[in-house]
Design a protein. Structure first.
Length: 461
């Protein structure tokens, strides 16, 4: 189905990306990178002009296809033509988008359980699972996140371990003088305990998540560093009454290699109460927080992500996106919105409008590129989200080493609005009754939240 041609010393494969499932294009680009095969976004017109002898047409800025160039190396030619054939065959098979279009807000404690099954996970990528908690506390002028993690539980890849990590920012209102503490402690995977019934987790005996009832967790943990520093916490997380859960499955339907990544937010908004001790500075906490949970076999060389999360009293927003370099707008993603008992998911892969625009990038000394500001405009027939965020405080997340990826963890300032659709009836010039929609601002967005930018260790972008 795809076209092939010989052009001087190069083989050129033209693949119409717009007709190929997105998961397959991501996987193909990763395999090409792994085999040192050059590739670039281009256009059908470019292909016709250079290879098929068609009319010369200026096509700058057109990114509707992927042009692959490989030298006359037998192994690489075989690899790429075989992949193209597999992808061509699967064009005829209906495949879902990477992101699910269903907003599954009915989530039970079992969805938040330990999910590893030795017989059902990838033989290509290590299994990783973690439970993530965070909050912003305006009264104490601090923010914190902490995670309970396990990797490669059966040691299939020789990377078996578990870990507990924390990042605490004291003085977030004044980033120039804020005090930051970051710690991760690794343990043998044998010191991890989990259950398939709920989120009850124990790491090294003293760090645990305990289900108190269907809406509340007791969370206790401690991290230390080599200089005698420590962070200790003891919190109760209770689901907010009007904020239902969120659940996402990222599916890569690829012949032979089947990869599913799972994300569950059992508590997109939670009431958090308890105590925090950071190097003998004690805090009594009573604020809103957030909890989510990730698991699966993570192909970290295949994808980067951008993520943001903010809570206000009546509003919880979580958005995620992936950079797809050959897409015209650059990113594909989703926004989950929970507002006064209303649940909505917005995604460009489901026919909605979703436009993420990075506003500023920076590069670390080791060459990792990540964003420090961005804007997001997304809407469906119910909500319109317009939000901008700018990083105020940031740090590299040491626990991301489990994923072999660089993740920049950020406290960001958010501004914007959530609008609701209001239907209006009117008569046109012919006296016919028509319907139109106007957007009415329902909630102003203004406050601190969390954001992340990742960069693969061997980035293709």
């Amino acid at each position: 189905k795809d076209s092939y041609a010989r052009y001087t010393e190069w083989f050129i494969v033209y693949i119409e990306v717009t007709k190929m499932p997105l998961g397959q294009t991501v996987f193909l680009s990763w395999l090409m990178e792994l085999n040192n095969i050059g590739f670039a976004p281009s256009s059908k017109q470019w292909y016709q002009r250079r290879v098929r002898g068609g009319r010369s047409t200026k096509t700058q800025g057109s990114n509707s296809c992927l042009v692959v160039k490989i030298t006359s190396n037998t192994m690489k030619v075989t690899v790429i033509l075989s992949l193209a054939l597999l992808l061509s065959i699967t064009h005829a098979i209906p495949t879902p988008p990477i992101f699910s279009c269903v907003d599954n807000s009915t989530i039970t404690a079992e969805n938040d359980c330990y999910h590893y099954n030795i017989t059902k996970h990838s033989l290509v990528f290590p299994y990783v699972e973690w439970w993530w908690f965070e909050f912003v506390d305006y009264a104490n002028d601090l923010a914190i996140d902490f995670a309970y993690s396990v990797k490669d539980p059966s040691n299939k890849f020789g990377e078996a371990s578990c870990s507990i990590s924390s990042m605490a920012w004291n003085g977030i209102s004044n980033p120039q003088t804020a005090i930051f503490t970051k710690q991760t402690n690794f343990y043998s995977a044998t010191q991890f305990q989990g259950t398939s019934e709920n989120a009850n987790v124990v790491i090294a005996n003293k760090n645990f998540i305990k289900l108190l009832n269907d809406t509340s967790y007791h969370i206790v943990g401690e991290t230390t560093d080599s200089e005698g520093g420590y962070v200790e916490w003891d919190f109760i997380y209770t689901q907010a009454t009007l904020v239902n859960g969120m659940q996402e499955t990222m599916k890569f339907d690829i012949p032979i290699v089947d990869i599913d990544l799972f994300w569950v937010s059992y508590m997109p908004q939670a009431q958090v109460s308890g105590t925090l001790d950071v190097n003998s500075t004690f805090y009594s906490v009573n604020t809103f927080g957030y909890h989510d949970h990730n698991y699966g076999s993570w192909p970290t060389k295949m994808l980067d992500w951008i993520w943001m999360q903010i809570n206000q009293e009546d509003l919880a927003i979580v958005s995620g996106a992936m950079p797809i370099d050959w897409m015209n707008h650059g990113y594909t993603g989703y926004s989950y919105i929970r507002y006064k008992g209303q649940d909505q998911k917005i995604s460009d892969q489901c026919g909605d409008y979703f436009l993420l625009t990075p506003l500023n990038f920076t590069t670390t000394p080791d060459g990792k590129k990540y964003g420090t500001a961005a804007s997001l405009s997304a809407y469906n027939n119910v909500f319109m989200l317009n939000v901008t965020w700018a990083m105020k405080i940031e740090t590299y997340n040491p626990a991301s080493a489990n994923l072999k990826i660089s993740v920049m963890e950020q406290i960001s300032q958010y501004t914007g609005s959530l609008s609701v659709a209001n239907s209006i009836s009117y008569k046109d010039d012919n006296g016919q009754i028509k319907e139109s929609v106007e957007w009415v601002i329902a909630e102003k967005i203004d406050g601190f939240g969390f954001s992340e930018w990742s960069d693969k260790l061997d980035s293709m972008y």
